[in-house]
Design a protein around this ligand. Sequence first.
Ligand SMILES: [Zn+2]
Length: 196
Amino acid sequence: MDCEEALFRLKAGNRRFVRGESLHPHEEREWRRHLTHEQHPFAVILGCSGSQAPPELVFDQGFGDLFVIRVAGNVVSPEIMASLQFAEARLGTRLFVVLGHEGCRIVRAALEENLAAPRPPSGIEGLVRLMMPALRGFGTGSDLDAQLSAAVEANVRWSVQQLIERPEARQPLQEKRIQVVGAVCQLETGGVRFLD
Ligand SMILES: [Zn+2]
């Protein structure tokens, strides 16, 4: 499946989900038996661990359809990068989607850490550090909630940038063999907005 077709399939699934017409495809026992020997997920989703935007449900996909990596704040680390490369090299997946979501608590926590006031260690410094390049300039005012939407999008774009800039991706991207896109899920409607 080429990138255009894969993206079309995700968008169509999300439209079904938003309309409340999910098909819950690929859940049949026969289909799952077929997956015991091989898998060819048509898209990789790097999503947030937050419970409000599970990729399979939001895109109305089933077993074997998506290679999902979830980590708080949809950040990129060496392990995440290796998982993505595994999907690309071994499973032949060509479309990569970084999926953030509105109201992300981990992005908000990162904004709080961005405030000048020193605070005791919260145990999430490792994650916050990975998001910091995206969030420079945020968290300086008083109303963090008003900045959260833009911060979520900036954080998605930062992960996309890191996936695009890895040396192994240069040639496949140039030849349009792979595609990396960012997206943000709106929690109330479940609608996914793909970023330009
Ligand atoms: Zn989140």
